[in-house]
Design a protein. Structure first.
Lengths: 154, 75
């Protein structure tokens, strides 16, 4: 059986998609898949994903309906608005929600490993995270990653 | 063609057509044929890639009024 390992380090809406899309698809293709969530990537394991947002700030590549000066992007509420607009667009285009993709990963037996060090560092509560995940460190990741066909850092 | 099951993947975008195809095939038996209708033009290449990697056979694919129709025979 082919194997794939992904390290998910980002906790924004846009960067949350690649790990879940690739993991669910690889699982559908018969891969054994593991995602190691570390640093901001840990936010993707929360039971409630509504705080996962996208920011136009410092993201000049983000397509905007109207050009927006950085000074405007800084205003309160802009992040929430950009997130709302992005989620709306994703839905209209038939792209799965993060929750849906994450569920599909779990259903397909993708293994989620949370970085224990980051949990300690940010003083996260394990009760905030979904069930059926494991906690481990770099060596835990290497044990699986060392034997994979595809290994990605997102 | 004898179709045993149909999957309506219209309006869905990558990777949902593939994931739903995989799910639909899961409760079918070897040799049965699944018909998939998709509106995602990316699924044309992806369905072929799915077939190549999973051993299921993409018997045929066609396009009709912006809809892509696939016949996938389970391994």
């Amino acid at each position: 059986m082919k194997k794939m390992a992904i390290i998910a380090t980002k906790g924004t809406l846009d960067m949350a998609y690649p790990p879940f899309i690739l993991a669910s698809t690889a699982a559908a293709l018969g891969y054994e898949v593991q995602i190691f969530f570390t640093f901001y990537g840990l936010q993707l394991l929360r039971k409630d994903l509504s705080d996962v947002k996208i920011s136009p700030l410092a993201n000049p590549a983000m397509p905007m309906p109207v050009p927006m000066p950085v000074m405007v992007q800084m205003l309160p509420g802009m992040e929430t608005m950009a997130t709302m607009m992005m989620k709306d667009k994703l839905k209209k285009k038939g792209v799965a929600s993060l929750e849906e993709l994450r569920d599909l990963c779990l259903e397909a037996d993708v293994k989620f490993v949370a970085c224990q060090m980051t949990v300690d560092l940010f003083e996260f509560e394990k009760s905030d995270f979904i069930d059926n995940i494991e906690y481990g460190g770099a060596a835990t990741f290497m044990e699986f990653a060392g034997d994979t066909d595809i290994c990605l850092f997102v | 063609m004898n179709v045993d099951k149909e999957l309506d993947a219209r309006g869905l975008n990558c990777p949902l057509p593939i994931l739903k195809t995989k799910k639909s095939l899961a409760d079918m038996t070897s040799g049965q044929v699944l018909k998939v209708v998709s509106t995602d033009c990316g699924s044309v290449k992806d369905m072929q890639a799915f077939a190549n990697q999973t051993g299921n056979t993409l018997v045929s694919q066609s396009e009709e009024n912006g809809e892509y129709i696939f016949f996938m025979q389970k391994k």
